[in-house]
Design a protein around this ligand. Structure first.
Ligand SMILES: Nc1nc2c(ncn2[C@@H]2O[C@H](COP(=O)(O)OP(=O)(O)OP(=O)(O)O)[C@@H](O)[C@H]2O)c(=O)[nH]1
Length: 365
């Protein structure tokens, strides 16, 4: 799960909260409307009519446009809270006997809606309950002060504590998510690199190649490079020295090309460079520069028979046509094969191969 999807989850939770809140307000006000006494003046119906009208309109809008920005929960909570307070005040005028129960029941109803729908939204909870609580306190005129204060304080204290606990756990989840995401990113990056040389491995190449091909721009060349007589180097200088030579050759290759070129350790002592957005003559120049840089490393190699007394490389180069990487690779491989046969420390371009030099497996020295 990405951070983005976690945010999406929170967003959809918020949307459901708003919808639940609107639904509960609609249901409660409809209940009051249905239980309306026929002899009561119709003016007391006004707030009870406004609540479901506003709520159903917002609900309908949220259903029809699920991607749209939702109404601010705090504003909706405050408006419905004021309408409920108005409803309580109007209805209180009609009650001729008073034992405090009407005000308490009204207050508990408002707290009931808030507790179910707004448990994760302390501010909206306060905005929705405060107008009714203040109205009840004023209308009660101190007769049931203790009882009303208790009815207000108990849920409020509970919700405040709940809110802070929730914020702590949300913060923890968010930090954990971003740490996991960063670690995943690091492992993903590392899985694309060769540990000995720090160059891309085949997986890294595949990933980068995909990006290059998606951009559809320019012409690209595949350059396949192989260290000459490396088996003899290993056999005579040891595997550890062989590793060192590989690492140094990798640096030389990386230094010789441009930052936009993709340098890969393609096999043991074989490298692949994808020269991007380049024409044939520049591609050849870059390949030649690699050959020279490797030679300039002056890594002694007495067993590089008939080539040089230092480590050298041979390379085959081929253009990437029609995004067909496999074909370009096969052509570069063919050119490399011929370059090896022509004496090594050589760069050969695929379209310059002499016809007679069609490679045969037995030709490899
Ligand atoms: N030190 C070291 N050697 C490696 C590594 N990977 C492959 N090699 C060696 O590279 C050598 C490749 O030898 P070959 O494929 O026979 O080719 P070559 O001797 O370079 O001969 P040509 O390519 O024909 O010039 C083998 O001896 C492998 O053991 C590595 O990571 N470290």
């Amino acid at each position: 799960m990405k951070l983005q999807t976690y945010d999406e989850l929170l967003h959809s939770k918020y949307r459901l909260t708003v919808m639940l809140f609107l639904f509960l307000n609609t249901a409660t006000s409809l209940f009051f409307l249905l239980n309306h006494h026929h002899q009561s003046p119709s003016r007391i119906l006004l707030p009870t009519l406004l609540i479901p009208t506003m709520s159903t309109m917002l609900l309908g809008w949220m259903f029809l446009k699920p991607q749209a920005k939702f109404p601010l929960l705090n504003s909706v909570a405050l408006i419905t809270g004021i309408l409920w307070a108005w409803h309580i005040a109007l209805k209180y005028e009609l009650i001729f006997y008073f034992d405090g129960s009407y005000l308490l029941i009204s207050l508990i109803s408002i707290f009931f809606i808030s507790s179910i729908a707004l448990s994760d939204h302390l501010l909206a909870f306060c905005l929705h309950t405060a107008p009714a609580a203040a109205t009840v306190l004023v209308l009660d005129n101190g007769n049931n002060l203790l009882m009303i204060l208790f009815t207000i304080a108990l849920p409020l204290t509970g919700f405040t504590l709940h809110h802070f606990m929730r914020r702590r756990s949300d913060g923890f989840t968010r930090r954990l998510m971003s740490q996991l995401y960063e670690e995943k990113q690091t492992y993903s990056d590392l899985s694309m690199l060769d540990p000995l040389t720090g160059l891309y491995n085949r997986r890294g190449l595949k990933n980068r190649l995909q990006n290059v091909l998606e951009n559809h721009s320019g012409s690209h060349f595949v350059l396949l490079l192989d260290i000459d007589h490396f088996k003899a180097y290993n056999d005579n200088y040891g595997h550890a020295m062989g590793d060192q030579a590989l690492a140094r050759v990798s640096v030389a290759i990386r230094d010789a090309v441009r930052s936009r070129d993709i340098v890969t350790r393609y096999g043991g002592e074989e490298f692949l460079v994808l020269l991007t957005n380049v024409n044939a003559s520049i591609a050849l120049k870059l390949a030649e520069r690699i050959r020279q840089y490797v030679l300039d490393l002056d890594i002694p190699h007495r067993f590089n028979e008939r080539v040089a007394t230092h480590v050298t490389i041979s390379a085959g180069i081929a253009p990437l046509f029609d995004d067909d990487f496999e074909l370009a690779l096969a052509n570069a491989d063919r050119a490399l094969y011929v370059a090896k046969n022509q004496g090594r420390n050589t760069i050969l371009c695929w379209d310059n191969l002499p016809a007679a030099n069609t490679p045969q497996p037995a030709d490899i020295l």
